[in-house]
Ligand binder design. Structure first.
Ligand code: 6PG
Length: 237
């Protein structure tokens, strides 16, 4: 399902409304968060307007990916979430499961796989998140699975060490099996630079197979794309 909004702020507001409903009506509690500029807008909105509208003490927060940097680093997804959201809402600290970007990458991929296994119920033998929030890069990457490392998507592991194609930065990313085992997946895709890969994905073209984002297909069938009009400009619904 695709929904198109005029601005990032409206995309963020739409997601907030869905989360409020899913947490109230379906008991959604475990959420894997994403980094990126669109989630940052969403976090600011949640902190400003949803402090009393979500069961913050009951939410279990995970990350879909993390840069292999310390939590205080400007590039840390956790650090960004802390600054824009976690320092402003009453989450239970023991329910915040950050990826330890400061650890040796291979060790952390293993450790976080165990964290997911221990903290989440299983469905079909795979840990199941209630909600996974994903972004998409202009190269069609999602979480930190990049086109040049498509093999990571199908990994038997829940988490893998990925490498950014330009910077070479190491990252920890969850893999396809846990993403596609979530009850609900929501893509936040904004910006004209996403229009080309998004158009290919919407057409399910042969070219789209190169994009990791094209492989997101939750078994539950619950996949929602929240787009701004710039991202949707090459293929309006
Ligand atoms: C990250 C994100 C990454 C992001 C996309 C889109 O760690 O950077 O997980 O996958 O979602 O790059 O980012 P924007 O939302 O800024 O377009």
């Amino acid at each position: 399902m695709f929904e198109i909004y005029d601005t990032k702020a409206e995309v963020a507001r739409a997601l907030s409304g869905y989360l409020e409903r899913w947490s109230a009506e379906e008991g959604f509690r475990s959420i894997a968060l994403s980094g990126g500029s669109t989630p940052r807008v969403w976090f600011d909105l949640l902190a400003q307007e949803y402090k009393n509208r979500l069961p913050w003490q009951e939410l279990l927060l995970f990350w879909g990916d993390e840069r292999c940097v310390p939590p205080g680093d400007a590039q840390s997804n956790y650090g960004m979430t802390r600054k824009h959201l976690l320092d402003k809402v009453p989450v239970e600290p023991s329910h915040v499961f950050r990826i330890h970007g400061e650890n040796p990458p291979a060790d952390e991929a293993q450790r976080y796989s165990m964290v997911l296994k221990e903290a989440l119920p299983e469905d079909r033998g795979i840990p199941q998140l209630d909600l996974v929030i994903l972004g998409m890069g202009d190269d069609g990457h999602t979480a930190s699975i990049f086109p040049h490392e498509m093999e990571l998507w199908g990994s038997d592991s829940l988490c893998e060490v990925a490498t950014h194609p330009e910077s070479g930065q190491k990252r920890i990313s969850i893999t396809g099996q846990i993403i596609n085992n979530a009850k609900q997946v929501v893509f936040l895709v904004t910006g004209a630079n996403k229009a080309a890969p998004l158009a290919e994905i919407r057409k399910s073209s042969a070219a789209s197979a190169q994009f990791p984002a094209a492989h997101v297909a939750p078994t539950s069938g619950r996949l929602l794309w929240l787009l701004d009009k710039d991202a949707a400009s090459q293929n309006p619904v």
